[in-house]
Ligand binder design. Structure first.
Ligand SMILES: [Zn+2]
Length: 74
């Protein structure tokens, strides 16, 4: 596997959406390639941020549910 292929697969690799074989190939490449390992770390960071962001958006839906419940009850 080369750098270009690895970078294309990185997000799926981090989301654990790859087959076992491909995961191993990506991991092997990352172990020997500083450039891609760095790219992987950066992507991991932004995915974490994105997940935080998604969590923050949950309460809005929740309050909407409460609003509808209140309307029904009142
Ligand atoms: Zn590489």
């Amino acid at each position: 596997m080369n750098c270009q292929e690895t970078k294309i697969l990185l997000s799926e690799y981090l989301d654990r959406e790859l087959s076992c074989e491909v995961r191993t190939a990506v991991r092997r490449h990352l172990a020997g390639c500083l450039d891609c390992a760095d790219e992987c770390r950066k992507l991991q960071k932004s995915i974490k941020l994105l997940k935080k962001f998604k969590k923050l958006r949950v309460p809005r839906d929740y309050s909407r549910t409460l609003f509808y419940r209140k309307k029904k009850a009142g």
